[in-house]
Design a binder for this molecule. Sequence first.
Ligand SMILES: *Cc1c(COP(=O)(O)O)cnc(C)c1O
Length: 382
Amino acid sequence: MKPHFISTDIIEVLKSLPTPSFVIDEGRLLSNLKTLNNIEKLSDVKILLAQKCFSTFRLYPLIAKYLSGTVASGIFEARLAHEEMPGKENHVFAPAFKAEDVEELDKICGHIVFNSWNQFNLHSDKCKNASLGIRINPEFSTQDHAIYDPCSFGSRLGIRISDMPEKLPEKIEGFHFHTLCEQGFEDLEKTFCEVEKKFGKYFHRLKWLNLGGGHYITHEDYNVDGLIKLLKYIKEKYGLQTFLEPGEGVVLNCGYLVSTVMDKVKNGIEILILDASAACHCPDVIEMPFLPPIFETLENGGYKYRLSSMTCLAGDVFGDYDFLTEKNIGDKVIFEDMALYTMVKTNTFNGMPLPEIFLLHQDNNVESIKKFGYEDFKNRLG
Ligand SMILES: *Cc1c(COP(=O)(O)O)cnc(C)c1O
């Protein structure tokens, strides 16, 4: 992804912060939320924040003004949403639930989605309040990121059509499918067609259909009109309440990771050692992998640097970049699009400090949300 324009005022603010630090951009988040809210209004869908992508709950009151609620991957996220986004939709899906958690989930979650018939049979009797659903596996891949493809061979995620009974158990009120990752409307449309072909015969029995996450809705190229049309079709033809549960789509381009150049070494190429770490602060850079956009870089032809970190892991590298200007010890490097799958995934490997988290308000004032220290490292170890 290309770096976005950042105003000089904001650059000044970002460069004045202690490093490493995450900065959440309230203005950009608001802009995404308005896009999503508009889709809710036009299509009657309910949009839920996938907390596994972003759970910096200080922003939950703002998110709650525009979205219908949240989805959790288990008891902790469900509890967080219950506490920090009270009164909103609270859905939960997990490949398996612990028996001791199900009673609490039934109290705090309006919707519980089971991943298998075993799970449904084990836990459904304990559920008195929540609307119950199952996750289905459409067995229809539209992407080639194997680790993010729930339809790949051997996937544990979702019930396949061959394992569906003739008649659905009474208590099942909805279906859930999630197969996409950073994908456009066209892939959703193809996937829905497949779902409709295979599972459509059950739709008359249901109340709701959750179309999962992975929708790149707030990306500039996304076909929002197509999405609205499909959601309306599902509502009109089958009378189903639809849900979408984007993570990335909510916080796309809403954050920065600000770091300082600690050293500059040469080994065939020039390498900058930063106080931020890919392995500790944004492991998706290595796992996915992807190259995060950086402010003040070119596609080619600038000052070439490999960006790495203070850890002792040789592979702790963000990537190779071409900067507009020469970088020296003490200079700042600003990674963009750092709100998603970062703060929820940080770790203190190598005893690396966790980045402080700031909120950049729309008037360009910054507020510290959370500062971490040595205790945060030590407390997890004993
Ligand atoms: C990860 C996940 C999401 C959110 O995915 P994004 O790619 O961040 O939009 C939604 N639902 C389920 C079941 C997920 O596993």
